[in-house]
Design a protein around this ligand. Structure first.
Ligand code: SUG
Length: 434
């Protein structure tokens, strides 16, 4: 048997609204709002638990160390950790907010993952996304690499690549712009890479597209893929706030659900059908049914499409209930057997829906067997993690609280404990310095 495991990002203790997401309407709109990190983490865990209860393999990826003091030091701020925080908060609150972001929760951006059925050497391949399009996320890749290597450690089965080179040519946002289509999880599939610009295009778009064509091609080459398909994102979608393709399209096995303005090339579907062979089901939601602004407002395409014991379930944000036209459009899709909604509003206010919060890893039984079990969600692990969140997380966080040395201490204590719960070893810099 081959399954799709979903590794959800656990929201970190500094979850806040920095207005940092480029081209991300929710993040820009909610800049400097007061956040509730505890509620954010519990909302995410509740989704993970509900899917685990339905029989899906559910994993957890830990938050990163924030505020990230080493980076503030690199920016020329010195002294003790407390002094660094104090000075950053007073002299450059924007920099402090940049290096305090809990954005690693959106694990669809952690890496691109290709299942062993698709790769030339028969291993599962991982390339951590360099995320260099945004400073607050460009610091994630080294720790993401450590985490993925600590969870998928069997070198005979898992191949870990370095993130792509830093710079503007290979800007890579990971699985958020990557969709695998296959007859079943275990059969070889085609991998669809959606890019926003070419390396040397300097477009007049209001938002610089985050993924380059060159980055997508390079990841496909590293992974040894036989059937990659490269498709350009529609500039109108990017301009309207579609900063990743998973905000406007979602696929699962033989089904692709997309908005008519997701892709720029009118021949995309023919291209996909040619690569897939018979049996690809494509469901297109038109601009007339759901205008781009409603697609983005409701975040309906940022749903997960999962297989629950042979039934196809759409795991959607409950924000879709505010949009009757969106509900109607998805209810009309006959392949979807059930729509399951979750309140993920803490994350949603930063532009992160159900699909952003998970990294899909398709695994055979043997591969799954070798995964670090402590990172898979059982009833016991869920109880442990919710108790851990309730013990360590604040219920209110204002932007100015990021300079509070107590928050740094609380976050490090929480993360140190978490590495034990998840059996990850010393993945954080603060643990390695001690
Ligand atoms: O990169 N938001 C994230 C949201 C990522 C969503 N992921 C996917 N679509 N897969 C981003 O724009 C906002 C952080 C802030 O403003 O504090 C942020 O980084």
């Amino acid at each position: 048997m081959t399954v799709e495991a979903n590794f959800d990002g656990l929201v970190g203790p500094t979850h806040n609204y920095g207005g940092l997401g480029s081209g991300n309407i929710a993040s820009i709109t909610n800049a400097q709002a007061i956040s509730n990190p505890r509620q954010a983490a519990l909302q995410g865990l509740a989704k993970s638990k509900a899917l685990a209860d339905r029989g899906l393999v559910q994993g957890i990826l830990p938050p990163h160390e924030r505020p990230y003091i080493p980076k503030l030091r690199q920016e020329g701020i010195g002294g003790s950790d407390e002094q660094v925080l104090f000075q950053a908060a007073n002299r450059s609150p924007h920099l402090l907010q940049t290096y305090s972001s809990a954005a690693a929760m959106w694990t669809a951006n952690a890496a691109t993952v290709s299942p062993s059925a698709d790769t030339a050497d028969g291993k599962v391949h991982f390339t951590p996304a360099n995320l260099v399009a945004q400073p607050h996320r460009a610091i994630e890749a080294p720790v993401t690499s450590r985490i993925l290597r600590a969870i998928f450690s069997d070198e005979a089965r898992f191949q870990h690549h370095l993130p792509l080179p830093v710079g503007t040519n290979f800007t890579d946002e990971g699985a958020a712009n990557h969709t695998r289509l296959a007859r079943s999880h275990g059969e070889p599939g085609i991998e669809l890479f959606v890019w926003g610009r070419r390396a040397h295009d300097f477009t007049a778009d209001p938002y610089l597209p985050r993924q380059t064509y060159e980055a997508s091609v390079e990841v496909a080459r590293l992974h040894g893929l036989t059937s990659p398909v490269f498709v350009r994102q529609h500039p109108a979608a990017i301009a309207a706030g579609v900063f990743h393709n998973d905000v406007i399209a979602v696929g699962d096995r033989d089904l692709l659900l997309h908005h008519e303005l997701a892709f720029a090339d009118p021949n995309v579907i023919e291209q996909l059908r040619a690569a897939f062979g018979n049996g690809l089901i494509v469901r297109t939601i038109t601009q007339e049914q759901v205008p781009l602004s409603d697609a983005i407002g409701s975040y309906v395409f940022n749903s997960q499409l999962v297989d629950v014991k042979g039934r196809r379930v759409l795991v959607a944000p409950d924000d879709i209930d505010d949009y009757p036209n969106v509900r109607e459009a998805v209810e009309r899709i006959e392949e979807i057997d059930e729509i399951l909604t979750f309140n993920l509003r803490q994350s949603m206010r930063n532009g992160g829906g159900p699909a952003c919060l998970r990294l899909r890893v398709v695994l055979t039984d043997e591969e799954l067997e070798s995964v670090n079990r402590a990172c898979l969600l059982s009833d016991e692990r869920y109880d442990e993690l919710t108790a851990w969140v309730n013990r360590h997380y604040r219920e209110t966080l204002r932007p100015e609280d990021l300079g509070d040395p107590a928050l740094l201490g609380e976050s490090r204590a929480a993360l140190a404990e978490l590495t034990d719960i998840l059996n990850l070893g010393n993945i954080y810099d603060f643990q390695r310095r001690e």
